[in-house]
Write a protein that binds this ligand. Structure first.
Ligand SMILES: [Cu+2]
Length: 289
């Protein structure tokens, strides 16, 4: 992501119950370092089946990814196998990953396009069998992409879910903040002045992530994987992940096994939010500080 300028930060947020999107303006979006004016073209074999790994490596941008009209099959979330489900397009939060199987047509190129939520700005690459004509693709979609949401998340199930058991620890983390002043917190604390969540090795931990703001927060835990077990109070035997988008005013319950002693960061992966303080620590009892 190039061309970011802090003076372009959009401070118009908190408008009439509408979600805030894209608090930083960028003048270009890249896929494997290229814009759509000169996209990466990957030569495939004819009628190839490919496994495409989508990685949202942006600092502050969330996208809807589509496959040029093809239906793909999601097979993994953040590197964890899930039960395969068909998808036409995928909402991808900052830092999330999806693995998708695609059966490519034999004679034409397939664009993989990511459109920035709330805008027509898009980026992408092209998969092309031998001899297929490569059409020019404009960097603007015909219509704006919606806000990234949990429509796909609700359909996902882990192939290897956590074994159900009673949690040894329940915890709640309140996500809050504003565009003006631009400051974001967890449980009303701002990194580095935080109270670590203390874990005991071997414990099952359940955490409610409760978003009190009008902005989505892609929450990321280091050193562990967690399962999505409820969305807005509705139980779910959901995906295994390390990053989950908590939508504006939404609540997500995650479960994890405390199986990796140490000190671990838990933070919003919108890096501008993190830099204002939206980060805390998960620390195991007995860990040297
Ligand atoms: Cu955030």
């Amino acid at each position: 992501m190039h061309g970011m300028d802090m003076k372009d930060m959009d401070m118009n947020g908190m408008s009439m119950g509408k979600s805030d999107l894209n608090d930083v303006h960028y003048d270009a979006f890249l896929t494997n370092d290229r814009t759509l004016s000169d996209p990466l073209v990957i030569q495939t074999s004819r009628s190839a089946r490919i496994r495409l790994r989508l990685i949202n490596g942006s600092s502050s941008s969330q996208f809807w990814v589509d496959f040029g009209g093809l239906t793909g099959t999601v097979i993994a979330t953040d590197g964890h196998d899930c039960l395969p489900i068909p998808v036409k397009r995928i909402p991808i939060g900052i830092a999330q990953r999806f693995d998708v199987l695609l059966d490519l047509p034999p004679d034409r190129a397939t664009p993989i396009l990511a459109t920035l939520e709330g805008t027509t700005d898009r980026t992408g690459l092209i998969l092309a069998p031998p001899g297929a004509p490569i059409a020019r693709i404009t960097p603007h979609a015909a219509k704006p992409a919606p806000a990234v949401d949990l429509s796909l998340e609700r359909r996902l199930s882990a192939r290897h879910p956590l074994t159900p058991r009673q949690p040894g620890l329940r915890h709640r983390i309140d996500l809050a903040g504003h565009m003006k002043p631009y400051a974001w917190s967890l449980n009303n604390e701002f990194w580095p002045n935080v109270t670590p969540l203390m874990l005991t090795s071997g414990q099952r931990v359940e955490i409610d992530l409760v978003n009190h703001s009008m902005m989505a927060h892609p929450m990321h835990l280091h050193g562990h994987d967690f399962q999505i077990i409820a969305i807005d109070g509705t139980p779910l035997n959901g995906a295994m992940r390390d990053t989950i988008v908590v939508p504006p005013m939404g609540t997500i319950r995650i479960a994890l096994d405390a199986n990796n002693p140490g000190r671990w960061a838990f933070h919003c992966h919108n890096l501008y939010h993190m830099m204002t303080g939206m980060m805390t620590e998960f620390r195991y009892h007995g860990t040297a500080v």
